[in-house]
Design a protein around this ligand. Sequence first.
Ligand SMILES: *Cc1c(COP(=O)(O)O)cnc(C)c1O
Length: 368
Amino acid sequence: MADLYGQYLNIKEEVDAAMSEVIRSTIFIKGGKVTEFERHLSEYQQSEVVACGNGTDALQIAFMALGLEPGDEVITTPFTFVATAEVLALLGLKPVFADVDPGDFNLSPAQAAAAITARTRALLPVHLFGQNAPMEELLTLAGKHGLHVVEDAAQSLGSDYFYSNGETRRSGTLGIIGCTSFFPSKTLGAFGDGGALFTRDREMAAQIRSIANHGQRVRYHYERIGMNSRLDSLQAAILDVKLRYLDEYVAARQKAADYYDHHLEGMGDLLLPERRPWSTHSFHQYTLRTARRDDLQQFLKKRGVPSMVYYPKPLHLHEAYHYLGYGPGDFPVSEKLARTVLSLPMHTELDEEQLEYITATIRNFYEF
Ligand SMILES: *Cc1c(COP(=O)(O)O)cnc(C)c1O
């Protein structure tokens, strides 16, 4: 599914040198490398950046920074990684699910609108698999109801959003706060854990930095309840090198996606990932839909082609979230996606021979 070692070998000298520098300095926590990486990412994103321990922490810190009350409702998608809803539950907020668009897997503005109540305080769209949710519609909806918009951009770093007025912004910088993850297999992946928050509001950035650092701005002066969430210097050094290649990495993923599109189009009952005019797609995943998903996955496995199901069950049907009172049938699009989606190998080191083998194997399946 990924080739992290192959990707490393291509930038080995730079990464090794950056790591050695950190080890020689023995500044493993905070310090120059973290600040440098934050500055470079800030230039890339055109927003303030606060690095933190991982993407889940980033989401938690974002909702702590908004200062919501227990029981306040946050509308999000059930077709996502668990972290999206988990942090809400941990903070005593109520995750309220709204169904997604079947073509791009992202939160549907119409469904989100229908889920708004007097207790709703925020929308939490997830830019799933690397393509931005329809942010302009969601921001308009939020504006109408006085809601915050927090973006889960864990999978979408490196993708752009196009406003209808022609303005372009990086994914994760449209809402009041955006959150991303540097989990190794993410589009910008560390050699361990890492995450970051984005905001264009300087005061908000200062609050976020304080929350991530035990609630202090001045050392040993705690102005709020915070947490300990840090990107370590070794990860920052590695990420700072890889950030220089992020656009190349995204282009390599898009090239592989174009190959898949071209060679799988019209095959059997396959539905290809739909592209949206308001977003580029950084293809964290390339995700097909087919009613024969399980058979196709078995067929591929026997012929040495890995594939994954993201996600096999929408969040509202998991035991941990039963307390929210949802049941089967509540989010039919997400439930159908869970039965039909299949993600193909997608990474920066895929070559034409591998792509040819993968698509030929899928063709064989449908010609059987
Ligand atoms: C990976 C991911 C997260 C969590 O990131 P971690 O760094 O693993 O904590 C959150 N949301 C989504 C959509 C993700 O894909």
